[in-house]
Design a protein around this ligand. Sequence first.
Ligand code: HEC
Ligand code: HEC
Ligand code: HEC
Ligand code: HEC
Ligand code: HEC
Length: 251
Amino acid sequence: MTNLLRLACLLTVFAVTAVAGTSEPAPGADTCRDCHKDEKFRVQNKKIYDYWQNWNGSSHDLAGIACVDCHGGDKTKPTQEGAHGGMLLQSNPDSPYNYKNIPKTCGKCHEAVLARFEKSRHFAQLEATGRGPSCITCHGSLDSKVYSSSILERACSNCHNAKSKNHPEVIAQAKAILETLNHANGYRRGMKFYYESTKKPQATAKLDKAYDDVILFWHEFDFKRLGPRSKDLLKELKTLYIEAHKERKDK
Ligand code: HEC
Ligand code: HEC
Ligand code: HEC
Ligand code: HEC
Ligand code: HEC
């Protein structure tokens, strides 16, 4: 045996005893993630694997938000029983991901959005009947992305349709508003880039605030006021964009 190899063996033995000798989990351990991403679930229990895959690489994953933040349980326990201990199934009315409780679970961290959503008719409906659009209707449950306006038909039409006579017009309105907001966001991105290159952090902050205010307001579903507000925002950002363009040319 070469010295190097002997050293490697020694180190391995040392590492194994070190792990076996302590009951403390490694810092940053996340057994939920480790077990759920196991390739075997791809065939055995595809749904389990799919949930992990949705979360993987999401803005939540990148921000360090883990399974336990929305589900509870114990991410330091290696076995399924241990880790799932204390985790309530979705059908349990107290479960954090029982459909009715989802806004509050998301709202633990997104307080400002929840405060607006609580003002909407939808929240009242959700509280009263357990039905209605919730955060995950538009954002997905784990991937926290923002779906495009094409999901609105599916997400809204089972309640808002000609037969139900419950404001069937809101779907077309929602599409138009979302498109206006996307358009405004395009200008915002362009402006951010320009303000950063010309070192104007205050202008960037003002821009973000104007946009965020309207996005927060969206969550109230008060389209009669939101419609005009989203158009004003677009106009404002477009004007800023044109001004910046001129400024750059004059230099
Ligand atoms: C050692 C493997 C393992 C660990 C660790 C583990 N899970 Fe699971 N989990 C599973 C399996 C297998 C299922 C599917 C159970 C079934 O279909 O009966 C499951 C199902 C679930 C479900 C669906 C509800 C249910 O019970 O069927 C949720 C939610 C869940 N796990 C979350 C978590 C969270 C959160 C953690 C960490 C605190 C975690 N899991 C840790 C293997 C694991
Ligand atoms: C941001 C919150 C959030 C995070 C983080 C999150 N989940 Fe979920 N998860 C949910 C919500 C909400 C649902 C319910 C979705 C629905 O009703 O369609 C759900 C559903 C599930 C289900 C299906 C449960 C069932 O009873 O059918 C599984 C399995 C699951 N999650 C596992 C995980 C695992 C594993 C992780 C970490 C890799 C994770 N979740 C991270 C919010 C989250
Ligand atoms: C434990 C805290 C926490 C919980 C619970 C949580 N989030 Fe988040 N969320 C974050 C953080 C941190 C970020 C990333 C930073 C940011 O954009 O604010 C984020 C980002 C987001 C984004 C922005 C994504 C983007 O690309 O801009 C959306 C949408 C979102 N979360 C929706 C949800 C939904 C829906 C739920 C409930 C199912 C939820 N969040 C639960 C902390 C949380
Ligand atoms: C489960 C049923 C349900 C779903 C799904 C649903 N809504 Fe609603 N919505 C309602 C109810 C009930 C009201 C209250 C109607 C009333 O009081 O006249 C309402 C009211 C509204 C209003 C206020 C209308 C007004 O002028 O007062 C808007 C806007 C709205 N919904 C938009 C949407 C959008 C956009 C979606 C899809 C993302 C959606 N809704 C999905 C049930 C639903
Ligand atoms: C009818 C669809 C819909 C519902 C329901 C909904 N959102 Fe949103 N949400 C959006 C849209 C559209 C945006 C703006 C996306 C963008 O900026 O690109 C957004 C943006 C966000 C953001 C990013 C905010 C920011 O300032 O950039 C967060 C966080 C968020 N939503 C969380 C939630 C939470 C939590 C709930 C439930 C209480 C919820 N949303 C319900 C459609 C929805």
